[in-house]
Design a protein around this ligand. Structure first.
Ligand code: 8YV
Length: 320
């Protein structure tokens, strides 16, 4: 229909999301999964009223400043929005929205998968079986790090961090956390608050990183902070790769200071530091935290709800 708002969708979306997008918008979809560069986004924005983008799309200040004047909303199909220059967008009167909440459970599930996979050597065992190298049982074969009763330190006790805590309580873990501010008792639910990251790290037999990527958190887990962890700690990251100093973590995995790491996110992904691949004590996933169909549909509907509200002149439920 000619009077529908025009929306550039930078990624292929689940069928239900694309169907609703095509029904309610004059949508430019991306069935061939073309990768949009900064210039590609600028060119593609010509005549568009809105952009539905995803994590990793380079909507940095340089790109946002050059977007077509027709663009009035950017809806990112992600909870994290470090790839969008929100300040530059606001300065141009462009609304930016994200998808909080709908991916908490799926992401927390993958945090537990990484925690267990790293602690109990999931990837190594899988490789052994597939390679036909499993020659029989013995009592000290593939011993891992015991989970029950251990202390789990959660960096970033937002909605995802709290969903991780709920799951970890089911494994009888003792929950500690560090957050900008202490949570109300109901949200804390017995977790122990630490007012400094160093104090959290000192008790983290397991560390789960669940904080967003911001100028303050980038490179959070560096050599100095790794030194604060108990020997043989397990590190889990399902937030953003740039919170970890790869050189420092790889050194610690090699020395055994960190017994194992379960990582779903990487600096520069998908081009992760290749040294991770060569380490037996890593459990590596390709950024699948939110990758269940239910969650990916819900993320798409969340973007569409924001677009619908915006173009109907209502406040967007998830405006940043
Ligand atoms: C997305 C994510 O899959 O929501 C986020 O911040 O990291 C993932 O759920 C990814 O960013 C693609 O948009």
């Amino acid at each position: 229909m000619p009077d529908q708002p025009r929306v550039l969708c930078t990624r292929r979306m689940p069928p239900n999301v694309e169907a609703r997008l095509a029904r309610d918008y004059d949508a430019t979809l991306n069935p061939e999964e073309r990768v949009y560069s900064e210039d590609g986004l600028v060119t593609g924005s010509e005549g568009m009223d809105g952009i539905l983008c995803a994590g990793g799309d380079p909507l940095n200040a340089g790109a946002v400043e050059r977007l077509s004047g027709s663009v009035r909303i950017i809806a990112t199909y992600s909870v994290g929005y470090e790839h969008v220059a929100v300040g530059a967008a606001k300065a141009r009167g462009i609304v930016v929205t994200n998808t909080p909440d709908v991916l908490n459970d799926a992401t927390a599930d993958v945090a537990m998968l990484c925690l267990l996979g790293a602690a109990r050597r999931g990837a190594e065992g899988d490789r052994m079986v597939r390679a036909g190298e499993w020659l029989g049982w013995h009592s000290t074969m593939m011993l891992g790090v015991h989970v029950t009763g251990k202390r789990l330190g959660i960096l970033g006790m937002g909605r995802i961090g709290r969903a991780v805590a709920r799951r970890a309580r089911g494994f009888d873990m003792e929950i500690h956390y560090c957050n900008r501010s202490r949570l109300a008792p109901g949200l804390e639910d017995g977790a122990v608050w630490h007012d400094t990251p160093e104090s959290l790290l000192a008790v983290s037999d397991f560390l789960s990183i669940n904080a967003p990527s911001t100028p303050e958190t980038r490179n959070f887990l560096d050599a100095e902070r790794i030194a604060c962890l108990p020997d043989g700690a397990v590190v889990v990251n399902t937030a953003r790769g740039d919170l970890v100093d790869d050189d420092a973590l790889i050194d610690a995995l090699r020395s055994g200071k960190v017994a194992a790491a379960g990582l779903d996110v990487f600096a520069g992904e998908p081009n992760l530091d290749p040294r991770y691949r060569g380490l037996d004590n890593t459990f590596l996933l390709p950024h699948i935290g939110s990758a269940s169909l239910e969650t990916r549909d819900a993320m798409g509907y969340c973007c569409l709800d924001n677009l619908d509200a915006f173009f109907a002149g209502r406040p967007c439920p998830n405006a940043l």
